[in-house]
Design a protein around this ligand. Structure first.
Ligand SMILES: [Zn+2]
Length: 415
């Protein structure tokens, strides 16, 4: 049903193929976050402003794509059960949404990528459940999985209790215990899942991750690789701007997985993308998910590369190789030069470009890893961070110590 094959390695970075039923995904891969439900009806692709425009890209609406096929941007997407209630819907509507799986709706029937249905642990924990206009539902592990399965997903993950940097030690342990208990209940129901089951683990450094894995192993009736098809590392979103913490967390998680004999499982990093992505790939992360392409666009920001954004009216489309920027239709949209444009039309094209930039970087990196040449991987990373002050020193250190130990370029001039 689900398999993961590593096809090439360069240092700790790896290129793989994730196969779930008849769908295959090349890794490393970024799952863009999609809100399939924006409070509207099927004819309006369930609405949702810029979210709707993104769904129109995904569903090949020619009026929005200009007739081009952009489905390669959406080979695998992430959606969360918490997004069902993002638009303050009524309970009747929620039930109507859940009556059909995503691909059973005519508007999404052509979509052939993978759907990763997140349990929405972070948001659900914060709100205490799923909250609409006329309902409040407590969500536990069973209810979360019921809703995930209603979406018709390829990948599901247990309901987790993310830890926060400010949590006291006892609080972290309590959350890890709850996540472990959920993982055990989730594993009991794995026969109901026609796809891959991912296990969430939490921690910023080795001792915490060790505890997280220990607690889960104690709760489970069978070894982790028999119950789960992948590992999802969570709780990193509050630390997303500290690349050092992120690299340490991913790298320590990999080490734990190796020591316990499950490094054959794919490692997903929840909620992270952008500038940290190449370094996390370098220490062994396989997949990511992120809504940053959308949030940047909603804030009027156009990505120049993984590190920099500029306000959309300062963007130079000639400098971008992506198909959106090379298409006069989208250029006119992004410059607001067409009649009757809504904000969502302008920002939708910007979001698609932002996503294309992130996907392009990962594609480049995938190709380099396939050559299994550590030196070229190191060069790629060096080039990627060369203009990034504050990031550079750490990145070079990582390259020297972990990726290509004989790489001699680094000296004090980088500091
Ligand atoms: Zn572009």
């Amino acid at each position: 049903m689900a398999s993961f094959d590593v096809v090439a390695e360069a240092g700790e970075a790896r290129r793989g193929q994730l196969q779930i039923n008849d769908r295959t995904l090349e890794t490393p891969h970024l799952f863009p976050v999609i809100n399939f439900y924006g409070g509207g009806n099927e004819g309006a692709l369930f609405g949702g402003g810029v979210h709707r425009t993104i769904k129109e890209f995904l569903a090949h609406d020619n009026e929005v794509t200009g007739g081009e096929d952009y489905s390669d941007l959406f080979n695998g997407v992430m959606t969360s059960i918490s997004s069902l209630a993002d638009y303050g819907i009524r309970e009747k509507k929620l039930e109507w949404y859940l009556d059909n799986e995503i691909r059973e709706w005519d508007c999404f029937s052509d979509y052939d990528g993978m759907i990763f249905a997140d349990s929405g642990g972070y948001k659900i924990l914060k709100q205490g459940g799923l909250e609409g206009e006329d309902f409040e539902k407590d969500i536990d592990q069973d209810k979360a999985l019921d809703i995930q399965l209603d979406l018709g997903p390829d990948i599901v993950v247990n309901l987790d209790h993310p830890i926060h940097p400010d949590d006291e030690f006892e609080e972290r342990i309590e959350k890890m215990e709850q996540t472990a208990a959920n993982a055990a209940r989730f594993a009991e129901r794995r026969d109901e899942v026609n796809g891959a089951c991912y296990l969430t683990v939490h921690g910023y450094y080795e001792a915490m991750l060790e505890r997280s894995f220990d607690l889960i192993e104690d709760e489970l009736a069978e070894p982790i690789p028999e119950a789960f098809d992948g590992i999802a590392l969570g709780s990193l979103v509050p630390r997303k701007d500290n690349v050092e913490v992120l690299v340490e967390a991913v790298s320590d998680c990999k080490r734990e997985m190796q020591q316990r004999g499950y490094d054959d499982l794919p490692l997903h990093v929840l909620g992270i993308s952008g500038n940290a992505m190449p370094l996390l790939v370098a220490v062994g992360a396989d997949t990511f998910d992120s809504a940053s392409y959308l949030h940047q666009a909603i804030n009027g920001k156009y990505c120049v590369n993984l590190f920099e954004t500029v306000p959309i009216d300062e963007a130079n489309f000639d400098d971008c190789e992506c198909r959106i920027c090379n298409d006069d239709f989208h250029r006119a949209r992004m410059r607001n030069e067409m009649d009757d444009l809504y904000q969502k039309d302008i920002l939708g094209s910007v979001a698609a470009h932002n996503l294309a930039v992130q996907q392009r970087e990962l594609r480049k990196f995938r190709q380099l890893i396939a050559e299994a040449d550590k030196e070229r991987v190191a060069e790629y990373l060096e080039e990627a961070v060369k203009d990034q002050k504050g990031f550079r020193k750490f990145a070079y250190q990582l390259i020297n110590e972990r990726i290509n130990p004989y790489f001699e370029e680094t000296d004090t001039t980088y500091a």
